[in-house]
Design a protein around this ligand. Structure first.
Ligand SMILES: Cc1cc2nc3c(=O)[nH]c(=O)nc-3n(C[C@H](O)[C@H](O)[C@H](O)COP(=O)(O)OP(=O)(O)OC[C@H]3O[C@@H](n4cnc5c(N)ncnc54)[C@H](O)[C@@H]3O)c2cc1C
Length: 487
């Protein structure tokens, strides 16, 4: 009889793990609490508008290519990818920076802002590329079981880069604050402040400028659809509307779950739900990490999100737009050091229908606004409205586009929904930040140290937040499960 695996959750990491496990011959069933798969990458469709509810930046295309190649497939078997040009635009108070789709264009833009900066930029991106190759080919596929995993001939010669920060590295060669903010932006995806992120992580700058920003036609949810399709082809069974309320154990071994009043038996349980929540499904003495442990961790921000349908087309904006027209230092403090509602936050605006007509009705625009905020803030309708008005005012001032009169509908999503819909710890949006003390073997373990045959995956484990890391996390945990099954 095949070894039965129950997978909790259907986010990127769970879908990835399920595909690999099914390929290895395991009998896999996914239990997802919501009515659709995809987790934080779910899709919202309304009145002809299509919204990716979470991720919208398709970075590191090589990771997606490798995922599908592991199953003898290519991304083009499932979705059409376009490289965006420009990749994105950043609005500062008195200027904009447009990031093109190749280094020559980006260097030209850097030179416009700061004489001589393009020479430093090329050097910086070259080292970032070296780090990318080391990270992706040598480190990231290791399960985070021991510090020895981080020791390779390449990392030994770069050990200083784990103790210096991105912030100090960027400031050494670039003086213009706009260029500094531009180069610090990619590590925000890792969930921590640039002055808390090791400079080795500048590989994110290579992901940004070197590999580019892509868009799957129809939106990021096309990737989820592709992975669901692949999983089902491989024999994975998917149960939606199936919230797991208990991980069943016997004599310290996981042997099933309870859901909707029924018990489902399995030989292995793998949870891709938020780690903290997953452990609450166990008896107290079976949990590895205390409430105090989680409380002390640096979590990636939560977000206040607005999904808006507009009945007009916009000019002066791109597919991806960052509004860095206020003080980032202050906003970062309000997220990490002294968590509170920010005074005047940076925000991100996404208009996928600028490049992809399939995402909005004719002569309309699909708009998604994201304000990063500290996790666990208490919000209200009034607070959401306050921030909506605040960013609308700044958006209209910066872009010289009037949109408030063209809004057909608006939906919001914040801490409360992150908790209710995904069982997210403190309503975090992107999991556990990648700081020096929360990297690799210092992250929550993929394999339970207290319960046999219980495993974890996802953005709170290795390698960390983001869609590409979620794909990798699923692969690594499936290898651990396969190894465990052979022992
Ligand atoms: C607003 C936002 C924007 C983002 N932007 C980007 C981006 O542009 N690019 C990028 O690469 N990444 C981005 N990310 C991060 C990326 O989306 C995540 O890192 C990734 O999707 C996490 O996948 P996961 O599998 O770890 O977790 P999740 O997607 O959270 O999956 C966990 C699943 O478990 C389910 N679940 C929870 N409890 C239970 C239970 N008891 N029983 C059954 N099921 C349960 C949940 O419903 C969910 O489906 C963004 C995230 C957010 C929220």
């Amino acid at each position: 009889m095949n070894t039965k695996v129950i997978v909790i959750g259907s986010g990127f990491s769970s879908l990835s793990a399920s595909c690999y496990l099914a390929k290895e011959g395991f009998d896999v069933t996914i239990f997802e609490k919501n009515d659709t798969v995809g987790g934080r990458a779910r899709q919202l469709k309304r009145d002809g508008f299509t919204f990716d509810m979470g991720p919208s930046w398709y970075w590191m295309p090589d990771i997606f290519d490798r995922f599908f190649a592991d199953f003898g497939k290519q991304t083009s078997d499932y979705y059409q990818l376009d490289k965006l040009d420009p990749a994105y635009k950043i609005f500062f108070e008195d200027d904009t920076i447009t990031i093109g789709d190749c280094m020559d264009k980006i260097c030209e833009e850097f030179e416009r802002i700061e004489d001589g900066s393009s020479k430093h930029l090329r050097k910086f991106i070259n080292t970032a590329q070296e780090n990318y190759n080391i990270a992706i080919n040598k480190i990231v596929l290791r399960p985070g079981l021991s510090p020895i995993e981080l020791i390779t001939p390449e990392t030994i010669t770069r050990v200083d880069q784990f103790f210096k920060t991105i912030s100090s590295q960027v400031r050494k060669k670039f003086k213009n604050p706009k260029l500094i903010s531009t180069l610090e932006f990619p590590v925000l995806f890792l969930g921590a402040k640039p002055n808390k992120t090791p400079s080795f992580y500048n590989f994110m700058n290579f992901a940004d400028f070197g590999l580019g920003t892509w868009h799957p036609k129809g939106g990021m949810y096309e990737i989820i659809k592709a992975m669901k399709h692949l999983a089902e082809e491989l024999g994975v069974k998917i149960k939606t509307n199936s919230p797991v309320d208990k991980i069943i154990t016997k004599n310290g071994i996981a042997n099933g779950v309870s859901c909707n009043g029924e018990i489902y038996q399995a030989n292995v349980v793998l949870s891709g739900a938020d780690y903290h929540h997953s452990e609450t499904l166990l008896n107290k003495e079976e949990r590895q990490y205390s409430e105090n442990y989680w409380d002390k961790k640096t979590f990636a921000p939560s977000s206040l999100l607005f999904y808006i349908g507009l009945n007009k087309k916009l000019k002066n904006i791109e597919h991806h737009n960052l509004f860095f027209d206020t003080d980032f230092e202050l906003h970062a403090k309000e997220i990490y050091d002294n968590p509170k509602w920010p005074k005047d936050p940076l925000f991100y605006a996404n208009f996928p229908s600028i490049t992809d007509k399939s995402m909005a009705p004719e002569n309309c625009e699909t708009a998604f606004f994201l304000i990063p905020i500290a996790p666990d803030l208490v919000d209200s309708k009034e607070i959401r409205e306050h921030y909506f008005n605040l960013i609308m005012h700044r958006f209209q001032k910066q872009t010289k586009e009037n949109i408030t009169d063209s809004i057909i509908f608006k939906e919001t999503f914040c801490v409360k929904e992150f908790k209710e819909e995904y069982n997210s710890y403190k309503g975090n949006a992107y999991g556990l930040a990648n700081t020096l003390t929360q990297t690799a073997f210092l992250r929550p373990s993929l394999k339970s140290k207290k319960v046999e045959n219980l495993f974890f995956t996802g953005q709170l484990t290795v390698p960390g937040p983001g869609v590409p890391p979620a794909l990798i996390s699923g692969k690594i945990v499936s290898q651990l499960i396969a190894k465990n099954a052979k022992q």
